[in-house]
Design a protein around this ligand. Structure first.
Ligand code: ATP
Length: 369
């Protein structure tokens, strides 16, 4: 499913049927026909597992790779054949490649000096961008005197000082530890909002993509499975792949035995059933239920969907506890219960429990709402 860019925004970057075939013996192309429209000023992420083609897609936008087919438009102009340095785009990598013998300010000024920008202007622009990335007081330091996160911010300042129309970032926070990564994610988002430049961000980390992005393209096997805002890819995953890749999800397949005005029912006998918000009787459905939408009780609850099972694993996670429940249908379900005292039961391994959830939380896959 393609979700349209924000209303009224100009398309900054458009990909039309973009293919990249490296001619490998295994056949399949790295990118197999990608269509995307990224709006001016958008924070847009390409998210997917290793090898899904996100870096290749980014490198084609940058001009480091030529597509085997399709078109890439920057502000309406076809870029195929235009060299990387003529594209008004900058790229930031995980390895920041700063010059160790130059100060922070000189590292940032480097590109402007090479382009013979007047001295006063260089001074002003470097000063302003170092303030934006909150490194003004480190202007005279050498890179090795800075932390990893600070060095990454210098690399970012060095790219932004050129005022590109778009900035491409390939897992720029991959080398940082978790705490620093999380603070840099918020920092990057703030900086992007402040400079108003289109960011295209490649990551395999779903939490990172959810935190920062205006919209996310979820990629798998060289194709885009869904383009949507963070809330939508989480709450309305288009495919089983998206449901499994973003957060934790329970996948259920079954045949609807009845269909009433409120939707369909998968009748599992023994008082167990799963209710689905739509579909006709007799059809096969695949649906997803998020672990935090399920309630555990000792007996069958009033909620529309209910299943019996045995707790096989209990993992304490701080604010919540994760339960793995082997249900009588054979499927294993994951359930998160909050540890705030609102849970109606706190079962142990081996206990029999009932799982229940409202019809609206049985989200059918492969359907467009
Ligand atoms: P990662 O997160 O591991 O970088 P990715 O999603 O960015 O993964 P790509 O780097 O775009 O994936 O690679 C997609 C596919 O294309 C992979 O199967 C990879 O082996 C292949 N590939 C990438 N670059 C080349 C190349 N220069 N020559 C041949 N095959 C390549």
């Amino acid at each position: 499913t393609l979700s349209p860019p924000p209303v009224g925004a100009d398309p900054a970057i458009t990909l039309v049927d973009v293919v990249k075939d490296f001619g490998g013996v295994r056949g399949g192309a790295a990118v197999r026909g990608v269509n995307l429209t990224i709006a001016e000023g958008e924070f847009f992420s390409l998210l997917g597992p290793s090898g899904c083609g996100k870096t290749t897609t980014l490198r084609m936008i940058a001009g480091f790779e030529e597509p085997s087919g399709g078109q890439i438009l920057l502000h309406g102009r076809n870029m195929v054949g235009v060299p990387a340095n003529k594209r008004d785009i900058n790229m930031v990598f995980q390895s920041y490649a700063l010059f160790p013998h130059l100060s922070v300010a000189d590292n940032v000024a480097f590109g402007l000096r090479r382009r013979r920008v007047p001295k006063d202007e260089i001074h002003d622009r470097v000063d302003r961008i170092l303030r934006t990335v909150e490194l003004a007081e480190k202007a005279d330091h050498r890179p090795r005197q800075l932390s990893g996160g600070q060095q990454q911010r210098v690399a970012l300042a060095r790219a932004l000082v050129n005022r590109p129309r778009a900035l491409l970032l390939d897992e720029p926070l991959g080398a940082l530890d978790l705490k620093l990564r999380q603070s840099m994610q918020l920092e990057l988002k703030r900086i992007q909002r402040e400079v108003g430049i289109t960011f295209i961000y490649v990551t395999h980390d779903q939490a990172e993509a959810l935190t920062m992005s205006d919209r996310i393209a979820v990629m798998n096997g060289g194709l885009i499975e869904q383009v949507a805002c963070p809330q939508e890819v989480y709450e309305r995953p288009a495919t089983a792949f998206v449901a499994g890749f973003i957060g934790t999800s329970n996948l259920i397949s079954g045949r609807l035995t009845t269909a009433g005005p409120e939707g369909g029912v998968i009748d599992l006998g023994d008082g167990q059933r799963i209710t689905v918000p739509q579909s006709a009787a007799g059809s096969d459905v695949q649906l997803t239920v998020r672990p935090e939408k399920i309630t555990l009780t000792t007996g069958p609850a009033g909620d529309a969907s209910r299943l019996r099972g045995t707790v096989s694993e209990v993992v304490y996670l701080g604010t919540s506890t994760s339960y793995t429940v082997a249900t009588s249908t054979g499927a294993e379900m994951t359930v998160f219960q909050p540890n705030d005292g609102t849970a109606s039961v706190v079962p142990a391994r081996g206990d029999t429990v009932w799982l229940s959830w409202a019809t609206a939380h049985s989200y059918p896959l492969g359907t467009t709402p």
